[in-house]
Design a protein around this ligand. Sequence first.
Ligand code: GRF
Length: 194
Amino acid sequence: MVKGRLLLCKKVVILVSGRGSNMLNIIKAVNSRIIDININAVISNKKEPEAFSKAKYYNIPVKSFGNNIKLFEKRLLEYINKNNIDFILLAGFMRILSKDFVNKMKDRILNIHPSYLPDFPGLDAQRKAWDKGVLYTGVTVHLVDSGMDTGKIILQEKHFINYTLGFEEFKNELLKLEHTVYIEAIKLYLIKYT
Ligand code: GRF
């Protein structure tokens, strides 16, 4: 029974570039058995992003593959093949992966984006929504294709903006929503569907 479960457990790497709050939330969800996946490593284009100290605290191996995207992808592919990694989870990874790489990993890369896609793709999605004065924005987990936040949507949730709160508070609320939606998307796609 236990052996079977382990065999089915998906192996993932998490790609980060900064703070790593989504990464930390995924690690905690694994540790508290909310999701049954195996996090093999946390990988970054940065040398020592804030996320690394958080991952190390939980004994997750960290790897820096450098900021040259071609070399980064080459090292990542080698790592994926060597360790039989099933999925890549992007969590605040601030580089664009090449079309070639994305095609090799088709339907096996997930990203979280702080808007209700297709609204506000790209950088500063929260600021764009806030400045436009929209009724709602949201968060989206989607598959990564070669476009900018254009891949198939796995799960998304709306967040109605309360403009009487400050922008920072709005951003924090949205980040909390990201954390819950990413876990639900992992359950849906990595665990139930694939
Ligand atoms: C999140 O808002 C995520 O949606 C975006 O980058 C931010 C990363 O935050 N892609 P964190 O590093 O997970 O705290």
